[in-house]
Design a protein around this ligand. Sequence first.
Ligand code: PGA
Length: 256
Amino acid sequence: MNKKLRKAIIAGNWKMNKTPSEAKALIEALKPHTEGMDCEIIICVPYVDLQTAIECTKGANISVAAQNCHFEDSGAYTGEISALMLKEMGVEYVIIGHSERRQYFAETDETVNKKLKAALKHGIKPILCVGELLEQRENGTTFEVCEAQIKLAYKDIDKADAKNIVTAYEPVWAIGTGKTATSDEAEQVIKYIRTVIAGIYDKELADGVTIQYGGSMNAKNAEELLDMENIDGGLIGGASLKAEDFAVIIKAAARG
Ligand code: PGA
């Protein structure tokens, strides 16, 4: 992390876990660990938990995110939720392009770009996920893959909006597998992503945006990952479902 240049952000991605009552219990357990911490803390909860999360986090150092949104404001899209709807609820962030959505729900670079624009239009800050598959890591195309994803995601987004995008580098082979990228591997790719963003906009903007690492980050490895110059936080799945584990990660980010 380089806190002089950038905001450290720890985000918990709950995925499809926790009913509203369970969400309330987890947030109450988490709250004492967030007070006075020098980093931004976000919980990315299922749609049905948003209202509970917003109510329970009032006045606390926790922001609330959704895990996806549609790119239109309204219309005949059964089962979908728009950024406009999230905005009215008081949602501050939204994950866009998580690899599970790319893999299982036909999310493409084009829909990712449209969703980013929709979120930004309504003043919701996107957490954009990019990352390579195992075979891409193995055939040496990690940098190309991430560069292409970044360029397509940021397509036609102006500088003022781009400042509000948080990027999460999540190697797909590390998500939910217990296999983490080494701190050097993660640092190299994130540093490269920063140069790609600098190429689209400029160095000043790229130096100021938060880029997280995600993929089996946990209470044990968080400190080492967060010690790297370019890793500004984490997007955490499994370890965000236990207040004590998430608290250790928050502490590691608050320290620097
Ligand atoms: P994980 O998930 O921490 O369980 O690997 C990370 C993510 O999918 O954002």
